[in-house]
Design a protein around this ligand. Structure first.
Ligand SMILES: [Zn+2]
Length: 117
């Protein structure tokens, strides 16, 4: 994949991640209003892969989500949605995979998350 396409793919995933971040803020506000199981709940997120047509949902443990969000080059995708040209799967969960971007895709994701694009 050429650099520009990889960069674009990284930006796309970063934008999906921003959508998920808004979803999680809303969920956390609900949980604060009605405390439940103390962070062991599953968050329903949209798959953060680079496929334009993807509409998969993934269920990720809330505590794990917080860990992943601390990095700009790591994303949560559905099984089978790892784009090996631009990223590596680094951890498998129950119905989700953590991927780490490489090269231009990592740059694109970081730029989008830091608001420089
Ligand atoms: Zn996907």
């Amino acid at each position: 994949m050429e650099r520009e396409a990889a960069h674009r793919a990284g930006r796309r995933e970063a934008n999906l991640r921003k959508v998920n971040e808004r979803v999680v803020v809303a969920v956390e506000a609900l949980e604060a209003a009605a405390p439940g199981d103390g962070g062991t709940s599953l968050l329903q997120l949209i798959c953060e892969c680079a496929l334009d047509s993807c509409e998969e949902m993934i269920a990720v443990p809330a505590a794990f989500y917080d860990e992943v969000r601390e990095r700009t080059d790591v994303f949560l995708v559905a099984p089978g949605h790892v784009l090996h040209e631009i990223e590596d799967g680094i951890e498998d969960g129950d119905g989700w995979i953590v991927v780490r971007k490489r090269g231009a895709a990592a740059d694109g994701a970081r730029d989008a998350l830091e608001g420089t694009v």
